[in-house]
Write a protein that binds this ligand. Structure first.
Ligand code: NAP
Length: 187
């Protein structure tokens, strides 16, 4: 079982604009070459912050509209928030808050031996990193810069650096980088 932060990023290290737009990413459409379906088939539980959850609700589930769709994930989803949020209809969602260390055992149990996907945002992935609970960072770097926005991983990770496992291109706008998080006794 691995904990993987899997996301797309602009070239300058943002996963969304300040106002949580992903239009810059979706302009590329479905490139057809990403291994997302393979990745998702190995995921047993999802973890996300409230802004990511609300983005999915607003843009995909749209519960109170004629265009409503089901929550896109069958696995248990753990949403970190300090606020009361509406639950997506029919979804297996736990709203939690606080220290990721204290919740990790429950999250891992819910994954039933499969991987944990940290969907975003970057600081939440950082909280797992801070506690030595992040194993891999998988980023699809996209051919745009945003100048500012929601950061990919707002932590200083230098000594030891991440270990690059692979780099590959897909479509004509993406480079996927897979990194292993080097564990230290203090991480
Ligand atoms: N490019 C991509 O592929 C990609 C992937 C994923 C997400 N995104 C986008 O990136 C943006 C991420 O937004 P974001 O940077 O604000 O991050 P976020 O993690 O989605 O949301 C941050 C919020 O999560 C809650 N939170 C985080 N840690 C917590 C903790 N330990 N306990 C309780 N609550 C906690 C807090 O909200 P409360 O105010 O609710 O307490 C915090 O303000 C979203 O727009 C999302 O759609 C893009």
């Amino acid at each position: 079982m691995k904990t993987q932060y899997y996301t797309a990023s602009s070239l300058d290290g943002y996963i969304a604009t300040e106002d949580h737009s992903l239009d810059w990413l979706f302009q590329f459409g479905d490139t057809g070459s990403s291994d997302f379906e393979d990745f998702l088939s190995q995921v047993g539980a999802l973890v996300m912050g409230s802004q990511t959850y609300e983005w999915i609700l607003r843009n995909h589930v749209r519960p109170d509209t004629v265009a409503k769709q089901p929550w896109p994930y069958g696995q248990p989803s753990w949403v970190f928030t300090t606020r009361p949020l509406p639950a997506a209809p029919g979804a297996d969602i736990q709203f939690v808050q606080g220290d990721v260390r204290h919740l990790f055992r429950k999250i891992a149990k819910s994954a039933e031996g499969k991987n944990i996907w940290i969907v975003g945002g970057g600081d939440l992935a950082g909280q797992f990193y801070d506690n030595g609970l992040l194993d891999e960072v998988i980023v699809q770097v996209t051919a745009v810069t945003l100048g500012s926005g929601r950061p990919l991983l707002p932590r200083r990770i230098t000594h030891p650096p991440l270990t690059l496992m692979s780099a590959r291109t897909f479509g004509n706008a993406f480079v996927e980088l897979k990194y292993l998080v080097t564990k230290t006794s203090t991480a």
